[in-house]
Design a binder for this molecule. Structure first.
Ligand SMILES: [Zn+2]
Length: 157
């Protein structure tokens, strides 16, 4: 009944380096910086295209409307850090149109890319890395092809 060890050298709230509460499968290797920069460029390209179609944001990236090479600091991301209220309002506004929804998803992807580059490209469903080819074609994709397929199948019934 001697309860000696408890508390003495107890585990200090499991603070392994890198373990931020997210289960990270070992197989899921983050994309190298070069590829992340490629996705960033793809997202910014798509974003510019949609913003043009929407015509209401009028944002430019850098002096000539071009993002500086590999410099994400040049990117003005006005609604990223204004808190949830502003985000929700923006969302409600954007979701009124299909282009707006697309823009929202692109912004979400950019946010993920900037804030958590180490997990960008990871499937939100199964945690595997999404194939480069898929992200190249669809840089805001959140699901790997297998999970997406499953979702589509489920929809069809
Ligand atoms: Zn998946």
């Amino acid at each position: 009944m001697a309860d000696t060890v408890k508390g003495a050298k107890g585990v200090k709230a499991a603070k392994a380096p890198g373990a931020t509460g997210v289960a990270e499968p070992k197989a899921a290797k983050p994309f190298p910086k070069k590829q992340l920069q490629h996705f960033e460029k793809r997202l910014l390209d798509e974003r510019r295209r949609v913003v043009k179609e929407l015509g209401h944001h009028g944002e430019t990236f850098g002096p000539n409307g071009e993002a500086a090479d590999g410099d994400s600091g040049a990117y003005s991301f006005h609604m990223a850090d204004q808190g949830t209220d502003a985000m929700e309002r923006e969302k409600a506004f954007l979701f009124a149109s299909q282009e707006g929804r697309f823009l929202w998803h692109i912004d979400q992807a950019l946010r993920r890319l900037y804030k958590h580059p180490e997990t960008f490209g990871r499937c939100h469903q199964c945690g595997d890395m999404i194939a480069f080819e898929r992200l190249d074609a669809l840089p805001h994709a959140r699901y790997c092809i297998a999970c997406k397929q499953r979702e589509e199948d489920a929809k069809k019934g």
